[in-house]
Design a protein around this ligand. Sequence first.
Ligand code: GLV
Ligand code: MG
Length: 308
Amino acid sequence: MSKSQRPRRSCLAVPGSSPKMIEKAKGLDADQVFLDLEDACAPLAKPGARKTIVAALNEGGWGSKIRVVRVNDLTTHWTYRDVVEVVEGAGENLDCIMLPKVQSAAQIAWLDLTLTQIEKTMGFEVGRIGIEAQIEDAAGLINVDEIAAASARTETIIFGPADFMASINMKSLVIGEQPPGYEIGDAFHYPLMRILMAARANGLQAIDGPYVQIRNVDGFRQVAGRAAALGYDGKWVLHPGQIEAANHTFSPAQADYDHAENILAAYEWFTSDRGGRKGAVMLGDEMIDEASRKMALVIAGQGRAAGM
Ligand code: GLV
Ligand code: MG
């Protein structure tokens, strides 16, 4: 599996300023953890949080989790110090830097070059650290094609519903839920689909952002289920109670996984020398062809990655 295709069904947000929450996160069942220097970390706490994060990454104990740090966005004065301190201090124990509120390809190019300089200076493997780009406003969404193509380091494009809702003046205070008054469809369909197209056209994963009603796990399942149905690879989780729901929602149902494996096995047998078929074949009442095989490969691949 290429590094950008590692499962990210659940991406756990943890404030970089809280050693207690960071310690707890190590034992949770999330596919990815991101230690936050941005919005979950107050301005005065940021310098200390950089040090806490470096220590926690170097200490280890993260198992197979993808280890990510979210730095501050490039309209602030914190970004360069976030990147330099965290990557110089813990670059060998870190998988990706997440850049929030990305508005242009140039911002990704800046991060790519900065990472290369730090890797060379420190003697780290050049190009190993990946980038996760958050799309959180109109400028980012309009430029998402160029953003997704800007660096070979980029692994995921992430939709940030909270900042996105604020930036376009969406009339709602409930992050990730449909805005009241818009009863004719899904108000997030356009940004979600736009991001998914840019991600897929560049071989990247697409990740949905947070759902803040942390006690409403059914609501989480519903919103996550919509993203999963479109083709999203995973979603942020803000609380341990959302992790199992995310892992389940972004894995195929057992029956679908079994069916996908059956399609692959049948198609392979029928089109082999022994099966002798040259085109579409029947599996029960279903006609399967090369396109069915590709669809089955997606579900089977997700199931195998989830250990089904
Ligand atoms: C996440 O950062 C969001 O703004 O939703
Ligand atoms: Mg945000």
